[in-house]
Design a protein around this ligand. Structure first.
Ligand SMILES: NC(=O)C1=CN([C@@H]2O[C@H](COP(=O)(O)OP(=O)(O)OC[C@H]3O[C@@H](n4cnc5c(N)ncnc54)[C@H](OP(=O)(O)O)[C@@H]3O)[C@@H](O)[C@H]2O)C=CC1
Ligand SMILES: O=C(O)C1=N[C@H](C(=O)O)C[C@H](O)C1
Length: 254
């Protein structure tokens, strides 16, 4: 069987370089294009690429996905910054292109491809209904451009949905803050704190509290290699997953 052609967009960034190495090392994948800021994504149609992997910046990732679909490529996206609205536009675009194709296209968008992070989010959502209090602390390298992290946003939203489903009210908090921002950002009622520290890569703690007890769920990515098994899994599976998939958990039977 011939190797799956892969194009990496954002190929010269921290994640892009690591993805290029991982694709190069995989026998069933072939790295056919490294796309930088000056390159044209639609030109990928003539490279033999079947899947485009995007690790760029929040400001350009949606446009890259639309260009990949116009070029007839599946997409795997790790870049953060997605909203309900931007995801909705991709869903609509997929419906339009897939109406005219015999091999329908798929897009996988995941805020985190590391197994430990995906499991941490999953366990946090499972545990959330049993705890009165919940807060999220994400900790990253100081070159990260966005805050809070896409993973922390997703974690907080999953916790909030689980709390709502369980009929829990707002988290208890009688604090009167002296300085704006002291209690972090509030995402669907869940407080999220962002730390930026030289030496870190990507880390998150989910704190769940009840009277007299605490559950802490923690995930650490010490190296960007940790994201690669998830990225490669998505590249292989996206060919058989038409439409939009949000989150690696759907590829892991969670
Ligand atoms: N889902 C996951 O598991 C993970 C997601 N991420 C996310 O991935 C994204 C990238 O992170 P990271 O690699 O650390 O960031 P970097 O800043 O190291 O890399 C981003 C790269 O994208 C390039 N770029 C910018 N605009 C374009 C464009 N229009 N076309 C092609 N390339 C472009 C930049 O080029 P230049 O520098 O020349 O501007 C840069 O090389 C972030 O959103 C981050 O949060 C990170 C780790 C894991
Ligand atoms: O920018 C990063 O480094 C990371 N970004 C993603 C996020 O915002 O959640 C995933 C991981 O945390 C690393």
């Amino acid at each position: 069987m011939s190797a799956i052609g892969v194009a990496v967009i954002g190929a010269f960034g921290r994640m892009g370089r690591t993805v290029c190495e991982a694709v190069d090392a995989a026998e069933d994948l072939e790295l056919v294009a490294r796309v930088g800021e000056e390159d044209d994504v639609e030109a990928l149609a003539s490279t033999g690429a079947r899947v485009g992997v995007d690790f760029t910046v929040p400001a350009v990732t949606e446009a890259n996905v639309h260009a990949l679909l116009d070029a007839g490529l599946h997409a795997v996206v790790g870049t953060t910054g997605w909203t309900e609205e931007s995801l909705g536009r991709v869903r609509e675009h997929l419906e339009q292109v897939n109406a005219h194709r015999s091999e329908p296209l798929g897009v996988v968008v995941a805020p985190n491809f590391a197994l430990s992070a995906v499991l941490a989010m999953h366990f946090a959502a499972q545990a959330a209904r049993y705890f009165t209090s919940a807060e999220v602390i994400e900790m990253h390298h100081p070159d990260k451009v966005d805050a809070p992290s896409g993973t922390a946003l997703a974690t907080a939203r999953h916790i909030a949905a689980a709390r709502q489903e369980a009929g829990l009210g707002p988290v208890p908090d009688a604090t009167e803050t002296q300085v704006d921002g002291a209690r972090g950002a509030v995402v669907d009622g869940v407080h999220v704190h962002a730390v930026r520290l030289r030496g870190l890569v990507a880390h998150e703690e989910i704190l769940l509290g009840n009277p007299g007890e605490q559950l802490t769920i923690r995930t650490d990515s010490f190296q960007r290699d940790s994201f690669m098994p998830g990225v490669l899994l998505a590249v292989r599976q996206v060919l058989g997953r038409p439409g939009l998939t949000i989150g690696l958990e759907h590829l892991l039977d969670l």
